[in-house]
Design a protein around this ligand. Structure first.
Ligand SMILES: Cc1cc2nc3c(=O)[nH]c(=O)nc-3n(C[C@H](O)[C@H](O)[C@H](O)COP(=O)(O)OP(=O)(O)OC[C@H]3O[C@@H](n4cnc5c(N)ncnc54)[C@H](O)[C@@H]3O)c2cc1C
Length: 475
């Protein structure tokens, strides 16, 4: 352990000099390109400010520690000197999770080791900086998949998934990232390295590893995770069903989620979202449109049983294949719109807000949000996805053309205010999988109630100097 006196680094120059001494010049980036690439995440307003050349204050330095020991050294130094630090995975957060404002960014890209698959226990251990494509390729070569497939898989990392409590498109079968973690290693402010024993389940007090899952860099840095993997499915049966009204589609999703049919993915698009999603498809049927798939050798039987549960008209299964092929196209399209190159013109803005609710509140939650957002956005589409026996996620996409970037910022702020207020008033939860970041920080206290004060106390106990990603989650 370092023996540092309590002191404060007062300038960016002093910080960089100390980081050179700690980790060597090769681990510290200060070039304008490096600082700019770590100045923000994919929050639309950050992209909008970027496109008009006003990205805001980036980090004072970008550090790339080679291993967990170096992360420990860094966090000991950061605590001793009171230097704020911001962990960085792929930078794909969409909720202002990364907004360094002069802090030191810790990019975890060098923590990129992946173990062999433990085939007996079906586990793999991956460093926090392992990217989605790296892990997917490693597992596929060995006949496995993780089953966590967020739309942003190409631009995100293992550490980021855990830190945001992310959820992928195949969650109906494989669960959210929290269901796939069998053990993890993390470094806390001050440099303490904590590691959970890998185990299928335990009754050893509260879930301490769970404190790190969804902590958004506010409590420490996840350096490694042991994850559950499944054999790659070899067969898939697809089903497309059209409904007259969303109510029938929502009921179909509920029956599916509460059945023993184990779909791999379930998505119900409302008419506007179906139009958005299928705009490039020649045979676009009107929504509401349900797309679902069943993996396994008995997939066809389960698919046919599912069709029997639903009060709709069967559509072309080719649309489901279209979804599988194009399911991540939105990443590039979103980037284009926010660069001013898309159909919304030079000042267009697009944002997405996902919330969740039990089946008892979901119908009202959908209509309240749809109506409220339609008053403040030109286009509002919604799909229901990530189904559970007790409820589901509603994922809204809003788009507007604006006369200026300043107006676009105001429009976006209105979307967030309207969506958060309406969700809380309708008995929903304010985030299903993107997390809180700073975009939702104004509503987290109301969402958590008395637990928010407990969270604040936990933050104080683990991070007494408040150096970890200050401001994220309202902490
Ligand atoms: C087009 C698009 C589609 C998306 N689709 C999905 C989706 O389907 N499902 C979904 O869940 N999300 C989705 N997201 C959001 C985003 O990709 C996820 O939140 C993802 O998990 C973030 O991973 P990352 O590696 O990019 O993390 P980053 O963006 O780098 O970081 C996210 C937060 O976690 C912290 N952090 C990062 N790494 C660590 C670490 N090792 N230890 C501690 N804290 C850390 C950061 O400080 C930050 O607060 C999407 C984003 C975009 C742009």
């Amino acid at each position: 352990m370092l023996t540092l006196l309590t002191r404060r680094c007062t300038s960016a120059g002093a910080i960089v000099t100390e980081l050179f001494d700690l980790l060597g010049a090769g681990a510290v980036g200060t070039s304008p390109e490096d600082l700019a690439a770590h100045a923000h995440d994919w929050f639309p307003v950050a992209l909008l400010r970027d496109r008009r050349g006003e990205p805001g204050q980036g980090p004072s330095a970008v550090v790339r520690p080679p291993d967990a020991a170096a992360v420990s050294t860094l966090l000991e130094w950061a605590q001793e000197t009171g230097t704020p630090v911001v962990p960085f995975g792929g930078g794909s957060s969409v909720v202002r999770g990364i907004e360094p404002s002069g802090a030191v960014v810790i990019d975890l890209e060098r923590l990129n080791a992946i173990s062999e698959v433990d085939e007996k226990s079906r586990l793999v251990t991956a460093g926090a900086g392992v990217t989605g494509p790296e892990l997917r390729a490693h597992l596929a070569e060995r006949g496995y998949l993780l089953g966590h497939e967020p739309q942003s898989i190409d631009i995100s990392t293992v550490g980021g998934w855990l830190a945001t409590r992310a959820c992928g498109q195949l969650s109906a079968r494989y669960g959210g990232i929290e269901d796939l973690v069998a053990g993890l290693e993390a470094v806390l402010p001050g440099g303490r390295v904590v590691r959970t024993k890998t185990a299928p389940r335990r009754s050893t007090g509260p879930d301490l590893a769970g404190l790190m899952i969804g902590s958004e860099g506010a409590l420490g840095i996840v350096t490694e995770a042991t994850l559950r993997v499944s054999p790659l499915p070899t067969e898939r049966a697809d089903l497309c069903v059209r409904f007259e009204h969303m109510t029938e589609g929502v009921k179909a999703c509920r029956l599916l989620a509460q059945s023993d049919l184990a779909p791999t993915m379930v998505r119900l698009y409302d008419p506007e979202d179906a139009t958005l999603f299928l705009r490039n498809h020649p045979d676009e049927p009107p929504g509401p449109l349900l797309l679902t798939s069943f993996d396994g050798t008995d997939g066809v039987t389960r698919r046919d049983r599912a069709a029997g549960l639903m009060d709709g008209t069967t559509g072309p299964a080719a649309l489901v294949a279209h979804w599988w092929e194009h399911r991540n196209d939105a990443v590039e399209e979103f980037r284009k719109v926010m660069a001013g190159e898309g159909p919304l013109g030079p000042h267009g803005i697009v944002d997405t807000i996902e919330v969740a609710g039990t089946w008892s509140v979901l119908r009202d939650l959908y209509h309240s949000l749809k109506d409220a957002l339609s008053e403040v956005a030109m286009v509002v589409g919604c799909h229901l996805s990530h189904v559970y026996p007790d409820g589901a996620c509603l994922y809204f996409t809003m788009g507007s053309t604006c006369e200026s970037d300043e107006q676009a910022e105001e429009v976006d702020a209105r979307w967030w205010a309207v969506a958060m207020r309406t969700t809380l008033d309708s008995g929903g939860t304010i985030s299903h999988h993107h997390g809180i970041g700073r975009a939702r920080a104004g509503w987290i206290e109301e969402e958590l109630g008395e637990w928010f004060e407990v969270l604040r106390q936990i933050k104080k106990a683990i991070d007494p100097k408040g150096i970890m990603n200050p401001g994220v989650m309202g902490l």
